[in-house]
Design a protein around this ligand. Structure first.
Ligand code: SAH
Ligand code: MG
Length: 227
């Protein structure tokens, strides 16, 4: 993955992070070897901080892969659970092993399947939703998430800057054009969204935060009403 920041700045930021433990280190080695795109350590650290800050007790994650980001979040939870969805059964199986090694398995409920099909049928409500799969579906996921988010709920979306392609449009393969344009449209929507207040953090491959706008936000004059 191309770093969004200058390499020396990127290295400097990474060097300021706490040292990951053996499980996290092993996972990163495995992910690099098998070309699985897991969160950068600084994004894992941010997730951990956000879960602690929001005291999230019910979390939904789209895109488990081998469970790296899940462990960062689980470690910030003193109680509650994370429901995490992964399309590929072999990745989910490996994630289950890592959850045991990291002693967080009791907090995690895994679902194997296509989030595009599962999402519309979810009925629980969540304090935090982490989107990290099917990047072309982020807009749809945001729409589904609206009713699933608890008041003051937070959505975190990863890889929103797509290696910087959203600005230089110098993406490698022609077939990715629609995908990149779709993400650009999604980012453009941040200016005018009535349902969420949004913020972009250019950390890792780009993270977006979304706060659900409530009806009474209108009365305060801070933001306009949503539904
Ligand atoms: N969150 C993980 C990385 C996820 S990578 C971490 O940072 O550690 C994205 C994962 O989403 C891949 O493992 C991929 O198999 C899965 N995925 C892709 N499309 C999906 C879909 N439609 N539904 C569920 N999972 C999907
Ligand atoms: Mg990601």
């Amino acid at each position: 993955m191309k770093d969004l920041l200058e390499e020396n700045l990127q290295c400097f930021i990474k060097a300021l992070l706490p040292q990951p433990d053996k499980v996290l280190q092993d996972m990163r080695i495995y992910a690099e070897k098998h070309h699985i795109s897991i969160v950068e350590p600084e994004v894992g650290n941010l997730l951990n901080l956000l879960v602690g800050l929001t005291k999230a007790e019910n979390i939904l994650e789209i895109g488990t892969a081998i469970g790296h980001s899940t462990i960062y979040m689980a470690r910030a939870m003193s109680k509650g659970r994370i429901t995490t969805i992964e399309l590929m059964p072999e990745r989910a199986d490996l994630a289950a092993q890592y959850f045991k090694q990291a002693h967080v398995d009791a907090k995690i409920h895994q679902i194997i399947g296509d989030a595009r099909e599962i999402f519309p049928h979810l009925e629980e409500t969540y304090d935090l939703i982490f989107l990290d799969a099917a990047k072309g579906q982020y807009e749809n996921f945001l729409v589904y998430s609206y009713d699933l988010l608890k008041p003051n709920g937070l959505i975190v979306a990863d890889n929103i800057l797509l290696n910087g392609w959203v600005v230089d449009l110098n993406y490698p393969k022609h077939r990715q054009k629609t995908f990149v344009y779709r993400m650009r449209d999604f980012l453009e929507s941040f200016k005018v969204r009535k349902d969420y207040q949004c913020s972009i953090i250019p950390l890792g491959d780009g993270v977006a935060l979304f706060r659900k706008k409530e009806r009474n936000d209108e009365e305060t004059g801070i933001v306009s009403a949503c539904r």
